[in-house]
Design a binder for this molecule. Structure first.
Ligand code: MG
Ligand code: NI
Length: 474
């Protein structure tokens, strides 16, 4: 018996996906899986194109993560050209990256997830959206819109355009910073600091009502990976990769991201298009790790900016050594926003920020380039090979969401075991299964390198393999 119920017009995750919950004979949950059902291969389709076109082309993988792809791509191109980009260019890339992370975190936190915290996991799905919030919590909805716009405007002011900016180029940036752009951003900062302060305030209080979710939302030991600078501080643009275990101990030395293939393997499963990266020395699937805001706050020694470090000290008190619950991704996102605003202010106050030398010019001088940066959702790797003419012969991308694939699947299992019972999908159960996925803020357009479309299907399958309940959102 198959039934289809449409509950909600918006899935609140990016891309095309499906969750299957498999029941045993006695009706208890046996297994649960998160599938990604779309595929479009950018890696193949760029072969034969000149390398310098890559930032522009790769930026189109995703409308949300454009800047991250452009940055990782431009960094891979810098290596193919064998140049070191001017210091000011690196600072402008950093500011653009931070603006992009703020807009993405604002989208994830306010638009996609805050309705759950403010209206409740069981609330009417028709109202559980940013539009519903505009009615019940207008100030918070306004803050979400404002923060997102602030991030978008930074990208626009520093890199040229809001969507698919053209300022990020191989060798640096296309244009230097203007005085107007700097002034406009600095003028907004007091308002944005205040906005983040009050957001952290209500969110910390709201978390007190979510003990059960905190306990069951992807709360298990894994490794964590992210980028740190030489002093072990948070760095969202460049540095070494650090992996820690569930007790907070470093697993090996911090390593050069260019050697990612020595550390990270990619497993394939027949039931999904998304690959399963794992930490090679531990094998598959024991080498499960998480990336993104939660991972980054777990691996660092400090953020390196005063306000973020105050929040970070509080965050670290949540758990004995490492913060394991994926529910805290939300909290980590807000702390990263504070860090990003402080860092943007620092960078805009660098004495050489208006320097007009922002681009190194060169042809292809190396057959290979690896560009790695921290995207909103975690470590992003672009790896290219070119021929003597600089034409692409091979590309490999490991996108942030993909690193989290094993953990997202395990998190769905954990929530399904806790909340799903019998053969009927209820709204509260369904929303929690989705909500645990939203903690990771997956970008499915990115991870399948597929086009942006919104739809998600949840299937409940009985022991004989028939679908007994199904919900489509999209
Ligand atoms: Mg790939
Ligand atoms: Ni994306």
């Amino acid at each position: 018996m198959t039934r289809q119920i449409t509950i909600d017009p918006i899935t609140r995750i990016e891309g095309h996906s499906r969750i299957t919950i498999q029941l045993a004979e006695d009706g208890s949950v046996q297994d649960a899986r998160f599938h990604v059902t779309q595929y479009r291969g950018f890696e193949k389709f760029v072969e034969g194109r000149p390398f310098y076109e890559m930032p522009g082309i790769m930026g189109r993988i995703c409308g949300i993560c454009t800047v991250s792809h452009e940055l990782a791509s431009a960094k891979a191109c810098d290596e193919i050209m064998a140049v070191r980009i001017p210091h000011t260019a690196a600072s402008l890339r950093r500011i653009t990256n931070l603006g992009s992370i703020i807009q993405s975190h604002a989208l994830s936190f306010f638009y996609l997830s805050s309705p759950d915290f403010l209206l409740g996991m069981e609330s009417d799905p028709a109202k559980r959206s940013i539009f519903g919030l505009a009615q019940t919590h207008p100030e918070i909805a306004r803050d979400g819109v404002r923060l997102r716009k602030f991030g978008q405007e930074i990208v626009e002011r520093v890199a040229g355009r809001r969507l698919h900016p053209q300022g990020i180029v191989p060798g640096g940036m296309a244009d230097p910073l203007t005085e107007e752009a700097r002034e406009a951003i600095l003028k907004d900062l007091p308002e944005i600091y205040a906005l983040l302060h009050r957001t952290l305030d209500w969110f910390k209080r709201a978390m007190e009502d979510y003990h059960l979710e905190i306990r069951t939302f992807g709360n298990f030991p894994t490794l964590f990976m992210g980028t740190v600078d030489r002093a072990g501080r948070l760095d969202l643009y460049d540095g070494k990769l650090r992996i820690i275990d569930e007790r907070g101990k470093r697993v090996g030395d911090d390593f050069d991201a260019r050697s990612y293939q020595d550390f990270l393997g990619e497993a394939v499963e027949p039931w999904t298009y998304m690959k399963f990266p794992y930490y090679k020395p531990l094998g598959y699937p024991d080498g499960i790790y998480r990336v993104g805001p939660l991972a980054r706050l777990n691996i660092i020694d400090t953020c390196g900016t005063p306000l973020a470090d105050q929040e970070f000290a509080e965050f670290r008190q949540l758990d004995r050594s490492v913060v394991l619950s994926s529910f805290y991704f939300h909290y980590a996102r807000l702390i990263e926003c504070v860090y990003a605003v402080e860092k943007i202010e620092d960078l805009l106050n660098e004495p050489d920020i208006f320097d007009t030398q922002v681009r190194a010019h060169a042809g292809p001088n190396s057959g290979e380039g690896i560009g790695v940066t921290e995207a909103p959702r975690g470590t992003l790797i672009h790896h290219y090979r070119v021929d003597d003419q600089g034409r692409m012969t091979w590309a490999n991308l490991i996108v942030s969401t993909t690193h989290n694939n094993l953990a997202m699947n395990r998190a769905v299992q954990q929530v399904a075991h806790r909340y799903v019972d019998g053969n009927k999908l209820t709204e509260g159960m369904l929303n929690r299964v989705e909500a645990v996925i939203r903690t990771f803020d997956p970008c499915l357009s990115c991870s399948t390198h597929a086009q942006n479309q919104l739809a998600m299907r949840v299937e409940l399958v009985d022991a004989s393999g028939s679908v007994i309940d199904e919900v489509v959102r999209g």
